[in-house]
Design a protein around this ligand. Sequence first.
Ligand SMILES: Nc1ncnc2c1ncn2[C@@H]1O[C@H](COP(=O)(O)OP(=O)(O)OP(=O)(O)O)[C@@H](O)[C@H]1O
Ligand SMILES: [Mg+2]
Length: 342
Amino acid sequence: MNNQEIILDVKNLNTSFISDRKQVDIVKSVSFQVKRGTTLSVVGESGCGKSVTMNSIMRFLGSNARVSADNIQYNALRDGEITEYHLETYKKSNGPEMRALRGPDMSMVFQDPMSSLNPVYKVGDQVAEGLIQHTGMGKKEAREKVLELFRKLGIPDPESRIDCYPHQFSGGMKQRVVIAIAMICNPELIICDEPTTALDVTIQAQIMELLKDLQVNEGKSIVLITHNMGLVAEMADEVCVMYMGRVVEFGSLEDVFDHTSHPYTKALLRSVPVLGLADGQILETIPGITPNPADIKGGCDFADRCPDCTERCRQGVIPAFEIAKGHRVRCLKYDSFPEVNG
Ligand SMILES: Nc1ncnc2c1ncn2[C@@H]1O[C@H](COP(=O)(O)OP(=O)(O)OP(=O)(O)O)[C@@H](O)[C@H]1O
Ligand SMILES: [Mg+2]
C-alpha cells in the first residue's frame, strides 16, 4: 500500500513512564496503520494502553514519559500531493512542528468533554481560537465558520448558543463543542478517545452517527477508541485489539469478528452483552485479572488467563503471525504462519 492509501503508519512504538526512579513499560512494540478515509477501532480492557498509545502519537505525554518508535509517519494529502511527517522525530509536544499539524491535519477528541472545555470562556470563542491561530482569520469571519460548523454538528439555535458558557450546555451538546474544536481546522485524521462514554445512549448514537457521516461523506480518517464492541461493529473498517500494551490481534472488522483468532479477542467478544440471551445462558467474563504492568514476566501476557496456554507460551517474546492478508495475531497457536511486525 502506498502513502496515498495510508494516512498514519505506526511502527514499533514503545512508551514507558518513569516513576519513583523505576521504568514501567506501558506500550510495547505497537504497530498499526490507518487507511485513509476509513475508521480504525482500538479496543481492549481498561489500562491496556489505548490512550497512552494515542497520546504518544500526538505527543501529549508529560516529561515522565519515554516514547520511541521506528516510525510514526503521517502522510498529509494536500491538493493531490503527499507530504510525509515523521512524528517520532518531534521531541516536544508543544514544539512548532506538532503544533502546526495539530488542528489542520490531525486532532483528538477526548473522553470527558468537561475537562476539555475551559469553563470561563464562551464556547464559540473556544472553537474559533484554533482557526484564528492556524489561519490568522479575523474574529468575524471565524465566528461565521463556527456557526456553520455548529449547524452541521446539530447544535440547535447556534446564533445564541455560540455565546454560551460550557455550564449552560448539556453533556451531549458539550461533546459536540469538543468535536467542533477538533473539526474547526478541517483535519483529515480525527482520533476519538472514548468520545461518548460520558453520555447517555441516545446521545451516544447521535454522536456516532455524526462521526460516521464525517467519515463516509467527507472522507475523514477516524481512530475510535472504545470499550463498546457494538459500536465497533457499527463503525469500524479495521480493528486493533490491545492487551497489556501490545497489539494481540489486528485485521478487518470481518477478520476480527467473524474469524476471531486470539484467545483474548475470543474472550472479549464472548463477554459482550447481547439482547435475548437464551434461558439459563449467562454472560461470560474473562477469568483471572489483568496483571500489573510493573511486574511482567516473559512470555505471553495473557498466558495465566488463556484456556489454550502451553509451556511454550511462558517464554520469550511472542511474535505476531499473519494468518491471512492483513490479519495478524500474536499467539503461538499460529506459528506455522509467517512472522510479521507486531
Ligand atoms: N502519566 C502516566 N504516568 C504513569 N503511568 C501512566 C500514565 N498514564 C497512564 N499510565 C498507566 O498506563 C497504563 C495504560 O493507561 P491508558 O490510559 O493508556 O489505558 P487505557 O487502555 O486507555 O484504559 P481506559 O480504557 O481505562 O481508558 C495504565 O496502567 C496507567 O496507569
Ligand atoms: Mg483510555
